[in-house]
Design a protein around this ligand. Structure first.
Ligand code: PMP
Length: 435
């Protein structure tokens, strides 16, 4: 009997024993093509020689030094490399162990920033409906799925939610995409005014929405208007790139591709690429200076922040991406994957939409292509599709719909950046068979 407490308590899971490039291998020797990198994690595949060696070398050199006492070379090197690539104005990195910790850190940093500059009443956070920002209690409060939050209420107070930008599902026929983008961005201004600008500390959003909607970018102009509103009212813009960041969209920072400058940005998943648990929160010089010149101490922390082995892995991952110049490859493979998916699935009776950026793609599943009616959530389609795909030797990331009956199930694809051109056909064939 297994004593592991699995997330799906009733599921019988195969045991993963090895990784080989884009494939995972179970105890029976079955090979699975990892077309979602778990959940957008394994961007370099499963046996990258450079990252493995960097982790081994760092364990031999120095496994741990608490950041209350020391900095370390790998943390400094990774921070330098990240800042050299970071969006304009971002110049500090705070390392944590994963995505939820990065989001928690961002929320607390925003709060402390306003305390430091003498605006303690700024404590409201605005987020978006149908969003996911993590599973710790603060990140869960920011997340915009009421059904996820409800059973854990009461959560962090002072969080409200506005609509996400989802042109395909929400734009009215009478609107141009630009008009739609402006209308939905203006909801942020209305919410700031409703709460009182002097009470709002930050707005949080994913530049390309991952798990909850399925690789959905905003329409052009949306984030420019969001930035303008944040600047007008002194509201910090937190961009959560835990899933869409680290090159997934074909830009190292997704916000650079979407043309928006954050005050705080969170990354995780692809930063450790599965070789180590690591995340990071990056912030502007202005925010850092306010704390450095104020109390001088960020009132937040976890034991493993800046872990030498985790940062050594992150440094090797990022060096590999930059030296192999993988971003153009992500864009090219992304285009090939999109074409293969459209070829196999665009006429499929149950496929409503295919979308995404780079190697971050979503396939929406509906009752029929014309009405786009979502399936009944009680069918548990996502779980069934996951099992069918695994039977085909494909790991993809099916997600249930939003439970408000507005958006149906979808499958998220986030394969390793090192996939071959022919793998685009393999993914589309196996996914189509599973569907
Ligand atoms: N933010 C986003 C956008 C995510 O997709 C996730 C994880 N799916 C998180 C935060 C939380 O990350 P973690 O699971 O590493 O805590």
């Amino acid at each position: 009997m297994s004593h592991v407490f699995p997330r799906h308590c009733r599921a019988e899971l195969p045991s993963a024993v090895a990784g080989d490039g884009c494939y995972l291998i179970d105890a029976q020797g079955k090979r699975y093509f990892d077309a979602s990198g778990g959940a957008a994690v394994s961007c370099l595949g499963h046996s990258n020689a450079r990252v493995r060696q960097a982790v081994k070398d760092q364990v031999d050199q120095l496994a741990f030094a608490h950041t209350g006492f020391f900095t370390s070379e790998p943390a400094e090197q990774l921070a330098d490399l990240l800042i050299a690539q970071a969006p304009e104005g971002i110049d500090r990195v705070y390392f944590v162990s994963g995505g939820s910790e990065a989001v928690e850190s961002a929320i607390k940093l925003a709060r402390q920033y306003y305390l430091e500059i003498g605006q303690p009443e700024r404590r409201n956070l605005i987020a978006r409906r149908q969003s996911y920002h993590g599973n710790t209690l603060g990140a869960l409060a920011a997340g915009g799925n009421a059904w996820r939050r409800k059973q854990f209420d009461p959560l962090l107070i002072g969080v409200s939610h506005i609509a996400p930008c989802f042109e395909y599902a929400e734009r009215q026929e009478t609107e141009t995409p630009a008009e739609y983008g402006r209308r939905v961005a203006d909801e942020l201004e209305a919410e700031i005014l409703r709460l009182g600008p002097e009470t709002v500390m930050a707005f949080i959003a994913e530049p390309v929405v991952g798990a909850t909607l399925g690789a959905v970018p905003a329409v052009e102009g949306y984030f420019a208007r969001i930035r303008e509103i944040c600047d007008t009212y002194g509201v910090l813009l937190i961009l959560d790139e835990v899933m869409c960041g680290m090159g997934r969209t074909g830009h190292l920072f997704a916000c650079n591709g979407e043309g928006v400058r954050p005050d705080i940005v969170t990354i995780a998943k692809g930063l450790g690429a599965g070789y180590q648990p690591i995340g990071a929160m990056l912030c502007s010089a202005q925010i850092y200076q306010a704390i450095a010149e104020g109390t001088g101490f960020f009132q937040h922390g976890h034991t493993y922040i800046g872990h030498p082995v985790a940062t050594a892995a992150g440094h090797a991952v990022l060096s590999e991406m930059l030296e192999r110049d993988l971003m153009p490859q992500v864009q090219e493979r992304g285009t090939q994957l999109d074409a293969a998916l459209r070829d196999r699935l665009s006429q499929h009776a149950h496929v409503g939409d295919i979308r995404g950026r780079g190697l971050f793609r979503g396939v929406e599943l509906v009752q029929d292509r014309d009405s786009k009616m979502p399936f009944d959530p009680a069918l548990g389609l996502a779980g069934k599709l996951k099992a069918a795909a695994m039977a085909q030797g494909l790991i993809c990331y099916p997600m249930p719909g939003t439970r408000d009956g507005r958006h149906g199930d979808h499958v998220l694809l986030a394969p390793p950046f090192v996939m071959e051109e022919s793998d685009a056909d393999l993914i589309a064939d196996r996914l189509s068979a599973a569907i």
